[in-house]
Design a protein around this ligand. Structure first.
Ligand code: MG
Length: 464
């Protein structure tokens, strides 16, 4: 099938602007291809596929297209409706399904939507699995079912309740203690899918919830990424309500970002660091994150005396590395917390529970806990660059900066552990640019690293 060139196809799915590159026809093609792939892979005559969506206005339309396509290849659909992405992934294992499809564009702007494809273990497709599915999208004939073999559709309305129970069952979560403490929590679900799970979870934990943007109608009132500069309304809400903490998600509620009791967004890198601080008190063990995540997490691992491993950028890369390392916690600096005790995917509901438990055990307000960590500055920059010819530039930069540690598993990451600074360069998977990111305790040192990288790359042979 000829695909529009603006369509963004990745290992685990496909996304585009609604009504432009992303149409019901495109969505149906990918869904049918995925169903055909699951039948072939599992050998099952009637594989079950869990289907969930975030709150985007185009969600119900694409759910119809996905449902019809899956039925047409003989897959039985289990529709859980509006749900956070982690809720859908958790339901795959609950139903013993062959896979799952989430209709969500995650943190992308409101005009986007996407399909995210997951396998039977409740994790997104990885680079080994994707090509067999993509062959059906490209040119392999899709075997369709006849009139007597069409898939069925079942509605499951209990997915959010099961997810909530799974979070409440985290062994070191002191639900009774939290209920007695009655935290005041300001919550911003950006009119996304988080409101299916987070308000009931906070209520189950005895919190007083002061909520904004809880109506899941997909009309996002702010830029969807839960980064500090997008959380002004939540910061004001925390100040005006005297809340203990503010919490914000992205539209599909796999990322969580925090506002301190003083009404300041503390940056999404702190979510995983604080969650790890709590988990490592109870279960010391390996921690895994990606190459671009803040050193705050490294400090937390160091203080607990456990190893921290870094994986290539991308949720599935971190999740697979966690599996291999037997990690007790991991995730991404963008507010994506992964707790293998529940499942190997980013989950904002889990982050909510872990951060509240840390507040309970620590006994100090969030701004004091944050003040106990080194304050780092992260500087991000980008250069136009052809991803195909970066090896020489990386080699030149590595020689020029002469760092004690160099990691080449995803671009180039140089680090100076003694000075607590690092630099990471990688080609964007979606744009013809090179991303440069540096972190140091001293803002000038972080800026200097980025500047030296820019100069070294300017001197290196040009891409082309
Ligand atoms: Mg997301």
């Amino acid at each position: 099938m000829e695909l529009p060139k603006e369509l963004m196809v990745s290992v685990s799915g496909v996304r585009g602007r609604v009504g432009e590159a992303l149409t019901p026809e495109i969505v149906a093609r990918f869904a049918a291809a995925f169903g055909a792939y699951l039948r072939e892979r599992t050998g099952e005559a009637r594989p079950r596929v869990v289907l969930g969506r975030d709150s985007r206005t185009s969600g119900p339309m694409f759910v119809h297209a996905v449902t019809a396509a899956l039925q047409s290849v003989g897959c039985d659909v289990i529709d859980i409706g509006l749900a956070p992405t982690p809720t859908t992934l958790l339901s795959i294992r609950h139903h013993g399904a062959a896979g799952g499809i989430v209709v969500t564009a995650s943190h992308n702007p409101v005009e986007w939507n996407a399909l995210k494809l997951a396998s039977g273990v409740g994790m997104f497709l990885d680079a080994d699995e994707a090509p067999a599915m993509r062959a059906y999208v490209a040119d392999r004939p899709i075997p369709r079912a006849g009139w007597d073999e069409l898939g069925t559709v079942t509605v499951d309305t209990d997915a959010a309740a099961r997810h909530l129970q799974a979070v409440l069952a985290i062994p070191y979560l002191d639900v009774e203690g939290l209920r007695r403490r009655r935290f005041r929590v300001a919550l911003d679900c950006i009119r996304g899918a988080g409101s299916a799970v987070l308000p009931p979870l906070l209520e189950a934990l005895g919190c007083e919830v002061i909520g904004i943007n809880l109506e899941p109608d997909g009309r996002f009132p702010r830029a969807p990424e839960p980064v500090a500069e997008n959380l002004g309304e939540l910061e004001r809400l925390v100040r005006e309500s005297g809340a203990d903490i503010g919490m914000a998600t992205d539209p599909d509620a796999d990322r969580l970002s925090l506002v301190s009791n003083t009404g300041r967004a503390i940056g999404e890198d702190f979510t995983l660091a604080l969650a790890a601080q709590l988990v490592l008190r109870h279960r010391p063990g390996p921690v895994v994150t990606n190459l671009s995540t803040s050193r705050i997490l490294e400090d937390v691992a160091e203080a607990a005396g456990v190893p921290l491993q870094r994986a290539a950028v991308g949720e599935i890369n971190v999740a697979r590395a966690m599996e291999r390392a037997g990690a007790v916690i991991g995730g991404e600096g963008n507010g994506g917390v992964i707790l293998p005790d529940v499942h190997l995917t980013r989950d904002a509901a889990i982050a909510v529970a872990l951060v509240l438990q840390l507040l309970l055990e620590h006994g100090e307000p969030l701004d004091r806990i944050v003040a106990g960590h080194t304050a780092y500055t992260i500087v991000k920059d980008k250069l136009p660059r052809d991803a195909g010819s970066l090896e020489e530039a990386y080699a030149a930069l590595e020689a020029e900066l002469d760092a004690p540690e160099a990691d080449r598993q995803d671009g180039l990451r140089l680090s100076w552990p003694q000075d607590r600074r690092w630099l990471h360069l990688r080609a964007s998977g979606t744009e013809p640019i090179l991303r440069i990111i540096a972190e140091a305790p001293d803002p000038a040192a972080a800026r200097d690293l980025v500047e030296r990288a820019r100069q070294a790359l300017a001197g290196a042979p040009q891409a082309g």
